[in-house]
Design a protein. Structure first.
Length: 358
């Protein structure tokens, strides 16, 4: 009977599943950069089926057993990042997607385990407008040998490869922040005006260079209610440049009149009429000053600043046409001297408010 019980006990031991292996522990590895450009937020395990990270040989068996990271893959990597990276806030808070992380072992002739580690991670970043960009991927691997009773080499290989991933991302960001517009966190517009009179048929607005009748070279109209007309408008050009994660947007503004499209009847070359036409030119400059203030850093997004700027330009162009029509209607083309004087004062006051006139 006793022999039967022993036989039954050992048979039952063979039938029972082996006890699960203790999980692998990732020790913190202090990052060599004091102020890295990134910190780690979310970690997502995107491996198909989310299998165990490691398949290791055990001291008592010639077969491999599945072994997980302590706390699971996502929690272990989050904890490793939190303990390895400095606590100070960084410019880019990235998310890690685990695409591959696997350790596979086979036995060797000298009763050791030969292991191969493969790691593939993707780094994502969400910009201030909420758009997520996959910045880069990290691929790495390692081979090792270890005694069956000592798993230190496995944990060390994982630690070194993850530390290598963080070092790779730091190097990648250091270069990309100067050239990859996806990393921009803000748009910083600056404005300048074309005032140099470099084109024969164009006069650029300059408060120190008022119009003269010599600027009106177009053929006078034989009929119509106006004694003169000035063809004035505005345009802009933009040159974006990434500077340490900020898009420096240099906007060149052009307020201009076209000589060949502007005309005056010979008998109407008076100072009063010239002032009326000058005010049309001044109105364009006023609208452009308003346009400048609409194109503020808060209104321009890093993803779509060109489209936003173009839309603001079209709205300002419509505003300019409306204001020009209002000016002519209220002054009756300059015939109403009292209305003309009111507009003179209004335009001068606004130009002074914008710092155009002193």
């Amino acid at each position: 009977m006793l022999a039967f019980l022993f036989t039954f006990f050992f048979s039952l031991q063979r039938l029972l599943p082996a006890a699960p292996e203790k999980p692998l522990v990732l020790q913190a590895a202090p990052f060599p950069v004091a102020n890295p450009l990134f910190s780690v937020g979310a970690v997502r395990d995107e491996r198909p089926g989310r299998p165990a990270v490691a398949w290791l040989l055990t001291p008592t068996s010639a077969t491999v057993q599945p072994v997980e990271l302590q706390g699971g893959t996502e929690a272990a990597l989050r904890q490793f990042a939190a303990r390895s990276l400095p606590a100070a806030s960084a410019r880019y808070r990235v998310a890690i997607r685990v695409l591959e992380c696997r350790v596979q072992e086979v036995p060797t002739a000298n009763r050791q385990a030969a292991g191969q580690l493969t790691v593939r991670l993707a780094f994502d970043w969400q910009n201030p407008e909420g758009r997520t960009h996959t910045l880069t991927e990290y691929r790495s691997g390692a081979r090792y040998q270890r005694p069956l009773t000592d798993r230190t080499a496995v944990e060390a290989a994982l630690q070194q490869n993850l530390q290598g991933a963080f070092g790779y991302l730091q190097q990648w960001l250091t270069k990309a922040v100067q050239q990859d517009a996806r990393l921009a966190t803000a748009v910083r517009p600056t404005f300048s005006y074309d005032t140099h009179q470099t084109e024969q048929d164009t006069v650029f607005y300059d408060p120190n260079r008022p119009l003269s009748w010599n600027d009106f070279t177009g053929t006078p109209r034989s009929k119509g209610k106006y004694a003169a007309a000035v063809y004035s408008s505005f345009a802009y050009q933009g040159w974006p440049r990434l500077n340490n994660g900020v898009i420096d947007l240099n906007i060149r503004l052009k307020v201009f009149m076209v000589r060949s499209s502007s005309w005056v009847a010979p008998e109407q070359r008076t100072a009063y009429n010239l002032n009326h036409e000058q005010r049309h030119f001044d109105i364009v400059r006023l609208v452009v000053e308003r346009f400048r203030r609409k194109a503020s850093p808060d209104s321009l997004t890093v993803d779509d600043f060109n489209s936003i700027l173009g839309w603001q330009y079209l709205k300002s162009f419509t505003e300019m046409n409306h204001l020009q029509d209002q000016y002519d209607q209220e002054t009756h083309g300059g015939i109403d001297a009292a209305a003309q004087e009111r507009w003179n004062r209004r335009i001068d006051a606004e130009l002074r408010g914008y710092g155009v006139l002193r």
